[in-house]
Design a protein around this ligand. Structure first.
Ligand SMILES: *Cc1c(COP(=O)(O)O)cnc(C)c1O
Length: 390
């Protein structure tokens, strides 16, 4: 029998689908129920063994299938899925950190806002933010009360990377736990647990779901005791993924590999097209040889996805940036990414330019695009037309 636990395509298509258990249906059902009734009053009181399933805030069979698939894809022993990427991220922080603890976090990471607001004010967790480009920054930021290092590689603004294995080594030396947001790469293009990271987070709202129809998230880890605490936190906090969302994540994951391959092919062609344009000052895409950390990228990633940014060479003229977007067909204005559709946004026109410059943005005319599945030629034609219009 084929081993369904190792190969990503076999994991995504078949692992955990358990045909015997589900009447040979090729697709496992959505367990759309809030509870499972118990065999007897004794199993309720604890006088007889308890059943595995009893209440939907704690566990659900559909949710567990997705957990099995995500854990295997990410080379982890266990995965816990949540109602959003952010609920997975904050569960990790709240489970690791106590009041008074110190966190080191990469600037621009999705949890930056949480750490700066709730983390600081409600949980008394202090944070040092670093660019993440240089290992020395992490070493210098370590304090006696540092308990967690938060990575996101690449960060989704100018797509700079952290040396994941290098940071993991520093953290181990000081007994600090490490966490990474691996949503950009997906488990197909990067496996941080193999590089020594303790916890990997994914949002399934992006490529795992892949169709812009759900919000969800996951944490993956090799420490099964720690994952019990995470499950307990999720149960008390009430942040489990809904069964329908779990089922849709599973459906999206069946085509993750062919979708991602196409997103990458298109993005690579688009990045090269943009790089050759005299209207574009710089393209930020880890797949380009001109990316300042290209060597590191090749060491720790197996690919880059459909998301990138570039800066228009328009001398801080916001009107030209607006004009470019107005004239850009196919790419719709939107904040997310990872779905079938192409998107555009301009995060710095009214955003935090100082923070962005600390990350490596040159100016405010930064355009972020997601290359969807509408066809490479169509996207390049649309970009060409919009560039020519300014
Ligand atoms: C969207 C996103 C998140 C947040 O995920 P939600 O499911 O929206 O909570 C976290 N990290 C990255 C890199 C993202 O793109």
């Amino acid at each position: 029998m084929a081993d369904y636990t190792k190969d990503p395509n076999l994991i995504a298509t078949h692992l955990g689908d358990d045909y015997d258990r589900y009447l040979n249906s090729i697709i496992p059902p959505v367990f759309m129920n809030s509870l499972h009734v118990l065999d007897s009053i004794e199993s309720y009181t604890g006088a007889a063994p308890a059943s595995r399933y009893f209440y939907g805030r704690v566990c659900n069979p559909t949710v567990e299938i997705v957990e099995q698939k995500i854990a295997a894809l990410e080379h982890g022993k266990d995965a816990v899925v949540f109602s959003s990427g952010m609920s997975a991220a904050t569960a990790a922080i709240c489970t690791v950190c106590n009041p008074g603890d110190h966190v080191i976090c990469v600037r621009g990471a999705y949890v930056e806002h949480f750490l700066r607001t709730f983390g600081e004010k409600k949980l008394s967790i202090s944070t040092t933010f670093v660019s993440g480009r240089d290992l020395g920054e992490f070493e210098d930021a370590v304090k006696p009360n540092t308990t967690l290092i938060v990575l996101e590689s690449p960060v989704s603004l100018v797509f700079h990377l952290q040396d994941i294995a290098g940071v993991a080594k520093i953290a181990k030396k000081h007994g600090i736990k490490t966490y990474i947001d691996n949503s950009y790469c997906t488990p197909l293009f990067q496996n941080p647990l193999d590089l020594g990271i303790d916890m990997v987070m994914h949002t399934s709202s992006k490529y795992l779901g892949g169709h812009s129809d759900i919000i969800g998230g996951a944490l993956v880890c090799n420490d099964e005791e720690f994952m019990k605490e995470i499950r307990e936190f999720r149960g008390s906090y009430g942040s489990i993924a809904g069964p329908m969302e779990a089922w849709l994540t599973m459906r999206g994951m069946r085509t993750l590999e062919p979708r991602l391959k196409r997103h990458q092919e298109t993005a690579m062609a688009v990045a090269k097209f943009l790089e050759a344009s005299d209207k574009v000052r710089v393209v930020h895409y880890p797949g380009l040889e001109s990316h300042p950390q290209y060597e590191l990228m090749k060491r720790q990633q197996r690919g880059s996805c459909g998301l990138m940014s570039f800066e228009l060479d328009v001398n801080d003229d916001d009107e030209k940036v607006y004009k470019f977007v107005h004239n850009l067909e196919i790419f719709q204005v939107g904040v997310s990414w990872g779905g079938f559709e192409s998107l555009v946004c301009t995060p710095l026109i009214r955003g935090d330019l100082k923070n962005a410059q600390e990350q490596g943005a040159q100016g405010r005319e930064l355009v972020r695009i997601h290359c969807g599945l509408e066809g490479t030629d169509n996207l390049i034609e649309a970009l060409d037309k919009a560039l020519k219009s300014i």
